[in-house]
Design a protein. Structure first.
Length: 502
């Protein structure tokens, strides 16, 4: 078991390698298939639990600076240099758990055998770091070997650089009891199998934890940087009861934005990997929930009785000047969209927000929780698509929220209204173009713990297709959820914004 804060920092026969040093001898190969992996995971769940991989003590000496001096040798890359070549990660202080990796060809899996000369130490200050025996994970390289676009490293975490070639948020294989104090488990991908195909790269993984075993299949495609697509199939086998089973979990960071300026202590105007949770449920409703940095850990549930909501953590704000960060480029961080395949049944999209004062701590988790109880001895199967994108996940006639601000309520120039807050949301979209105050557009608003004091909706002068909604509401108890949308004659013209006041 590992601490949440620790876990969030982890991030031919020989496949045209021209040599044999990476792999066990051909006689060591064994048959492999997706059906075998599912059966193997099921059997492990029935067997006595075995110890999970332990951190390698020697890896503690390989700190951040030392890790940056250890590189996988390009000539040892697994596969042709066509945008799907694989390089391995060494064991380091931030990635001390060893994993087993095999290459699959023609239904035969051969395990990679670690050798020290897989890696090389590049020049730098101080004594050369020691290369620790073992493999921590792997990454998929861009053509030409300049940078990577997909990486699996640490626990069950993986991520893609996405359409804008900039890493940001991560995905996870599974979330267990997230948001339940002292109970959260972090399952581990203990083994990987990598297989080339005509359309991309397929990664298989075995997931293990005290409560569950799982078989995972990721069919990965780089669609010309337009978006990175992963078609995911999972089969889960429960050893124990799980109070909160999280499917397709996404993990990100949100410190502050223009909507919560009081939390800004850094010189940069905004700092976040994602700025909102977007949900499209089976009823056809689109919800936009701006992310927040609450004073205490907060869990929100968005129930879909019809099941299979699509959801994702998005970075909508793509303006460099809103961040002014020329080092890590928050304006280029990818968005990640989850599209369920088939009927997942009733459940809820869950959003867990943890307070933070640092940009290197992931404090946001979103996942799907099935309504069906997760009992020991039961099994689950899910199929879904992950899309790492730079824009919106799908076309819609509904206007979307493009800006949000909060502040004190009341008429400018007068004293603020006690115990009241103001929400300002700007919407943009084709549904609003050409509309004016006489077009019959109104704002639909509601608040769950308070009272709406005033609402105004109007087109922003000089900004075609852009409308602004200003809502003042009395706050009774916190947290408070305020819902805002534009409509005409009862027909929605925009997505629904759910803004939470703490």
């Amino acid at each position: 078991m590992i601490d949440r804060r620790q876990s969030l920092t982890l991030l031919g026969a020989l496949w045209a390698l021209g040599g044999t040093r990476l792999f066990a001898a051909p006689s060591a190969g064994r048959s492999f298939s997706w059906e075998w992996l599912k059966a193997h995971a099921a059997q492990l769940a029935r067997d006595r639990p075995r110890p999970l991989p332990a951190p390698v003590a020697a890896a503690h000496a390989v700190d951040y600076d030392a890790a940056n001096r250890i590189a996988f040798r390009p000539d040892r890359a697994i596969g042709a240099d066509d945008g799907y070549a694989v390089r391995l990660f060494p064991l380091t202080r931030n990635a001390p758990l060893p994993v087993r990796i095999s290459v699959v060809e023609n239904g035969i899996a051969r395990e990679i055998v670690h050798s020290e000369d897989m890696f090389e130490v590049v020049r730098g200050e101080g004594p050369a770091p020691k290369i620790v025996p073992g493999i921590a994970g792997f990454r998929v390289m861009n053509k030409g070997g300049v940078g990577d676009w997909l990486a699996y490293l640490g626990a069950s975490y993986f991520r893609s650089a996405g359409a804008l070639d900039q890493y940001g948020l991560s995905a996870r294989g599974l979330a267990i009891d997230t948001g339940i104090d002292g109970a959260e488990e972090f399952p581990v991908f203990t083994r990987f199998w990598i297989e080339r195909s005509a359309t991309g790269l397929t990664v298989y993984a075995l997931l293990e934890s005290p409560s569950v075993t799982g078989a995972y299949r990721f069919v990965n495609r780089d669609n010309g940087r337009e978006n990175i697509v992963q078609d995911v199939s999972i089969a889960l086998f429960l050893r124990k009861d799980i109070a909160r089973l999280g499917i397709a979990p996404l993990t990100s960071m949100f410190w502050y934005d223009e909507g919560n300026p009081k939390q800004r202590i850094d010189w940069r105007p905004e700092i976040h990997d994602s700025d909102g949770l977007l949900i499209r449920n089976r009823a056809g409703e689109r919800l936009w929930r701006p992310l927040g940095n609450p004073p205490s850990a907060t869990m929100n549930s968005f129930v879909d009785s019809k099941g299979s909501s699509a959801f994702g953590l998005l970075q909508r704000d793509r303006h460099f000047d809103h961040y002014q960060d020329d080092g890590v480029f928050y304006d280029k961080r990818p968005s990640l969209w989850v599209e369920p395949k088939g009927d997942w049944g009733p459940g809820a999209v869950m959003l867990y927000e943890i307070p933070t004062v640092r940009e290197y701590e992931d404090n946001i988790v979103a996942f799907w929780q099935p309504a069906r109880a997760a009992r020991a001895g039961s099994s689950f199967a899910f199929d879904y698509r992950l899309r790492w994108i730079g824009g919106e996940p799908e076309a819609t006639p509904l206007a979307r929220a493009v800006d949000r601000w909060t502040g004190t309520a009341g008429r400018p120039g007068t004293d603020p209204i006690p115990n009241a807050r103001r929400l300002v949301v700007d919407f943009e979209g084709v549904a609003l173009k050409g509309k004016d105050r006489g077009s019959g557009i109104t704002a639909a608003t509601s608040v769950d713990r308070g009272k709406i004091l005033s609402t105004d909706a109007y087109p922003v002068d000089g900004q075609p297709g852009r409308w602004r909604v200003i809502v003042d509401s009395m706050i009774v108890n916190q947290p408070v959820n305020l819902r805002v949308a534009l409509e005409r004659g009862g027909t929605p013209l925009s997505e629904t914004v759910i803004s939470q006041f703490y």
